[in-house]
Design a protein around this ligand. Structure first.
Ligand SMILES: Cc1cc2nc3c(=O)[nH]c(=O)nc-3n(C[C@H](O)[C@H](O)[C@H](O)COP(=O)(O)OP(=O)(O)OC[C@H]3O[C@@H](n4cnc5c(N)ncnc54)[C@H](O)[C@@H]3O)c2cc1C
Length: 386
């Protein structure tokens, strides 16, 4: 049996969900499908928390999308009547000349984002949980927040359905073809669906050959994340604990989020640019290696005297990387009418409502040129990639 929709969104992680929500708000007939479940432990969007920050050390170019995304998260929270944005603030730490400190300041200044620059002794007074050596500094962004990720993601899906979107789970797309001017989606269960436009938001699977455009550019990796509990009697040091980035002297970058729910004790911590290994889905459910646990424990012990040195839990997650650690967003050259989003190199969650908005506009014929330069595939010359 074959059905026709104006837009089919394939992959309902946070990116596909945001696109489906935005399209449904505009009254577009939209079907969302995902091979997994709404909360997909093997996807990249799964988890209790994500950081939202705008003093973005990664660059000024992200500012317009960050602003849209911020408005989108607040809009979603207001519509839903539920709370999933926690005003934790964000503390970005590094040596005085580190990229994290100097570039966060540069973006904050350019975007009029409120921030304070703190010396190591000011950090010690205000955020006593952290240890900084004297030559280190920090940038505090008061308006940064921690998103309750699963709840926010589910709320997008709720709102999409309330607005008339159809969603299907356990439904894998195998192939897309163009037949008689229409895009035909062939599902693993033998069904076919017709669409005028398709948005591929398939996360790590963007690396596979559903459309050839991205092959060789997108690289999925497995990355561990850890949970550390407070040492007995040290909980008070973690009241008003911010989301954070902490750049070590050798360039390894730790991130962390505060406890925002009674269901998940302590602080979630991981390396952003380290402990990455080639993705093998069969290994994703295996325990994180002892060597990785020892390494992160040593770092955590040197920064947080109030946290137990050993994590009480750890888990493997997935980053989908591009060669410059930014994103990919565009229309397939090989299969026009098929759009792709994400490959967010491990920092895309915060952008979802903004990127969803752009995508909803793009599939309705608006130009993507205002964000093309930073997210366009044209910035890569495939013949020069390793
Ligand atoms: C541990 C960790 C911490 C992070 N922290 C932050 C943070 O603090 N702030 C931040 O902004 N970002 C953060 N990120 C990055 C962010 O979470 C990801 O960039 C984002 O979730 C990617 O979402 P996605 O929708 O593109 O992919 P996914 O969530 O992986 O969704 C892709 C979906 O596509 C489905 N799919 C795949 N192939 C098919 C197919 N053929 N047919 C049907 N469905 C298919 C999958 O089942 C999956 O559900 C973090 C990521 C990780 C892993």
């Amino acid at each position: 049996m074959s059905h026709t929709f104006h837009v089919v969104v394939v992959g309902l992680g946070v990116m596909g969900s945001a696109a489906a929500w935005r399209l449904s708000q505009q009254g577009v007939s939209v079907l969302g499908l995902d091979s997994g479940a709404p909360i997909n432990v093997l996807g990249s969007s799964y988890g209790s928390s994500r950081i939202f920050r705008q003093a973005y050390w990664e660059g000024l170019d992200y500012l317009p999308v960050l602003k849209q995304a911020d408005e989108g998260w607040r809009e979603l929270q207001a519509i839903s009547g539920r709370s999933f944005l926690y005003a934790s603030g964000g503390l970005f730490i590094g040596s005085r000349l580190s990229g994290v400190v100097s570039k966060s300041v540069a973006t904050a200044k350019a975007g009029c984002i409120g921030y304070r620059r703190l010396t190591s002794s000011q950090v010690a007074k205000k955020f006593s949980a952290f240890h900084l050596s004297p030559e280190m500094e920090a940038v505090f962004e008061d308006g940064a927040y921690t998103i309750a990720a699963d709840n926010a993601h589910l709320e997008m899906l709720n709102q999409a359905v309330v607005n008339g979107a159809q969603l299907r789970y356990g439904c894998r797309l195998d192939r897309i073809e163009r037949i008689d001017g229409c895009l035909v989606l062939k599902l693993a269960d033998g069904q076919t669906i017709q669409a005028d436009r398709v948005i591929l938001a398939t996360g790590a699977s963007l690396a596979n050959s559903l459309i050839p455009d991205l092959v060789g550019i997108v690289r999925p990796v497995s990355v561990p994340v850890y949970w550390f509990n407070y040492k007995f009697g040290c909980e008070r040091g973690f009241v008003n604990f911010p989301a954070f980035l902490y750049e070590l002297h050798d360039g390894r970058l730790l991130y962390g989020t505060p406890q925002i729910s009674q269901l998940e004790q302590g602080v979630k911590i991981g390396f952003h640019n380290h402990q990455q290994s080639g993705l093998n889905m069969d290994n994703q459910r295996f325990p994180v290696s002892e060597a990785y646990i020892d390494e992160v424990s040593e770092c955590v012990a040197s920064i947080f005297s109030g946290l137990s040195a050993q994590p009480y839990a750890s888990k493997k997650c997935i980053y989908t990387l591009t060669p410059d650690d930014s994103f990919l967003l565009g229309e397939s050259k090989e299969l026009p009418g098929v759009y792709y989003i994400s490959a967010c190199s491990g920092h895309g969650f915060k952008f979802a409502p903004g990127i969803g908005n752009y995508m909803a506009r793009a599939v309705q014929g608006e130009s993507l040129s205002d964000m093309a330069s930073i997210f366009s595939i044209a910035r890569f010359d495939k013949s020069r990639l390793p």
